[in-house]
Design a protein around this ligand. Sequence first.
Ligand SMILES: [Zn+2]
Length: 212
Amino acid sequence: MHQLIKGVHKFRDDQFGNYRKLFRKLSQEGQNPHTLFITCSDSRVLAELITQSKPGDLFVVKNVGNIVPPASVQGDTNSTAAAIEFAVENLRVSDIVICGHSQCGAISALLGELPVPDSTPHLRDWLKLAAPVLDTLKNDYSNFHSAEERSNAAAEENVLFGLDNLHSYACVQNRLMDGSLRLHGWFFEIATAEMFAYNPETRHFSPLIAEK
Ligand SMILES: [Zn+2]
């Protein structure tokens, strides 16, 4: 906690000056983020840092394993749905990124490589939402044997599962139909900070390149 409090003061004293105008503008005019960025709660995946975004740029949802449940999932397992609806309907973001990552603990737990104890029933139920990813892994990746290969494949498939599920939200459907919303699947490699993007034409994740 000491480090956290020190950081708050350090930001105010050393950094805030650079952002004063921007924060004032954002406080007066409200936020207008261009992207809903859905990623994992993992402490190593910092959405703003790895995309070099400024305050006001991203509407960030972090959850365990960057899981996007289908719209049909109700109740306390789907607070992510509220964020999707708010970002798409109210904030009118133009893009949604689902960003998975390497060495994901949630993915390891999903694969049964990390135990999910009885003392974490919410975690168990949450991870169950991504169970279809396991079926895909069994069917399409049976030749992937190393733990790293399986984990990365599952993390990528989980991103694609999330993209599929985004289509089940009425607000997303409407915005896709009128062409005002784009969906993206990304995968972040922690050790090298490389970012990979899903290409629907090749059906593979390949290094993210700048848009023309
Ligand atoms: Zn993770």
